[in-house]
Design a protein around this ligand. Sequence first.
Ligand code: ATP
Ligand code: MG
Length: 191
Amino acid sequence: MNAGMSPDMEDDFVQVSATDGAMQVETTSVEETRAFGEFLACFLCVGDFIALDGELGAGKTSLVQGLAAGLKVPAPVTSPTFTLLHLYEGGRLPLYHFDAYRLASPEELEGLGYEEYFYGDGVCVIEWGRLAEAYLPARRIRITLEQSSSADSRRITLAPYGGEEGWRRELLRCLSSYRDAAGIRRRRGKV
Ligand SMILES: Nc1ncnc2c1ncn2[C@@H]1O[C@H](COP(=O)(O)OP(=O)(O)OP(=O)(O)O)[C@@H](O)[C@H]1O
Ligand SMILES: [Mg+2]
């Protein structure tokens, strides 16, 4: 059991902790990681910023694919390997997708006019956020993905950071229902 997690909030497949300002979800497939991204997208608003961290192949882009699906973005999301920024429009909100791993230095963000996207009229997500820490908005959703018990398992830790306490608490409260949604899908044999 994770620190700060009460026993009644823990189950076999999804672990949620709202007591320590963070929640954890354990996914067992790429589809499930996308499903979590899709769920999270439902609660995102204009100006929300997500910083994703985790090693190569941890599932960051997969989670962004889920976000895009949840925002009903029509274009498929690929890793922004050659372009430093992908813009996805036509969904409920524009989605701006950066990958800091591709930056020669964090200062390169300035040449991209990052403020227009980080503080813009859509949702902004950056992979390898820690590599551009100094540029990240004070109010952000931090998500870390780590491989866990098996090759296809990932522990996803989400923590709203900065901003108002009310925002942080409300977001975690909304997301805690993922536990129930995941459980229903599992029982039905679907992700
Ligand atoms: N539970 C899981 N969640 C996400 N991806 C998984 C999971 N299990 C296996 N995978 C595999 O791990 C890989 C994740 O790739 P992805 O491009 O999303 O990683 P990434 O964190 O964006 O890597 P990079 O740092 O190179 O950008 C995919 O090949 C996916 O199929
Ligand atoms: Mg990626």
